[in-house]
Design a binder for this molecule. Structure first.
Ligand code: SAH
Length: 270
């Protein structure tokens, strides 16, 4: 689709909407209202299709993730599509998993839309990391265990001149900070790099007995989870068969699971 430079129609509008972790009941009222009003919906992977029950029957629905047919629709193309639709007067809703501003490239999209003269509203969604700990029945912070939270991606790769890709997160430094400042680590996109993350967090000084949990498909009926320790994470993860999309939670807040009566096999050593 070409982006017209001029249009006789008044501009439409654009809203980035957080679709939450999966359970449609976790949508905000604002999100539902935006979906109901949309004439064009651009839907990311990891957005539960059940949410589309609120779309107008005549709304144009475009899946722009892997489910849309291609490996994954290039970001620049999605942004062009959004800009063109708004210039054609459409009410565009971009549905993104979780919260649009947590590892969702929402920041880039808003920037590019603004550059094109298109203001964009953002509706928060419940981010997967929050849903994952809630699914485990533990909090993100706790007066006895965690004074704060770090949301971090396990997939922060930077290219180098030789074309190789390297993990740009200093996990060892993060481990030392998490230990000293008593922070819960909430790791997105971390399953593929779990072995490296485990090794570096241990090297940085987090004890091997630190509780760890992995939650796949948080908030959905097929949710699965695993509780382990930092020392056993990779072995337990391999044995469990859990894969993406998952959140890895690391920290003493998970000790509350044992207190809440979790089975003995899922209790943590010290
Ligand atoms: N904007 C999203 C994150 C997008 S990055 C949010 O705020 O949640 C994609 C990553 O999010 C996945 O690789 C996985 O780590 C995590 N994720 C998304 N949905 C999830 C779910 N239902 N359960 C567990 N992890 C999920």
């Amino acid at each position: 689709m070409n982006t017209p430079t001029t249009s006789s129609r008044p501009l439409g509008r654009c809203t980035l909407v957080g679709a939450g972790p999966g359970d449609p009941e976790l949508l905000t009222l604002k999100a539902v209202k935006a979906v109901q009003a949309a004439t064009v919906l651009l839907v990311d992977d990891l957005v539960n299709d059940e949410i589309l029950q609120w779309a107008r029957p005549d709304a144009r629905i475009v899946h722009v993730g892997k489910r849309g047919g291609c490996k994954s629709t290039p970001q620049a193309f999605i942004e062009k599509l959004m800009i063109a639709a708004v210039q054609e007067g459409e009410t565009v809703v971009r549905l993104k998993g979780g919260d649009p501003f947590v590892f969702g490239r929402g920041g880039e999209e808003v920037e590019h839309l603004r550059e094109a003269g298109i203001p964009c509203e953002v509706v928060n969604g419940i981010t997967a990391g929050l849903a994952a700990v809630t699914a485990l029945g533990v909090p993100l912070t706790h007066r006895d265990h965690a004074a704060g939270v770090v949301f971090v991606t396990g997939h922060a790769k930077t290219g180098t001149a030789d074309g190789a890709r390297h993990d740009s997160t200093d996990w060892a430094a993060l481990a030392a900070t998490a230990r000293d400042a008593r922070l819960t680590l909430v790791i997105y996109m971390g399953v593929a790099g779990a072995s490296h993350i485990q090794q570096q967090l241990l090297a940085g000084g987090l004890p091997a007995g630190t509780p760890v949990a992995v939650v796949q498909h948080a908030s959905l009926p097929h949710q699965r989870q695993l509780v382990a320790t930092l020392g056993t994470l990779v072995a337990d993860l391999a044995a469990s068969g859990l894969g993406s999309p998952s959140i890895i939670v690391v920290g003493d807040v998970l000790r509350g699971m044992a207190a809440a009566g979790a089975p003995a096999s899922s209790r943590f050593g010290t």
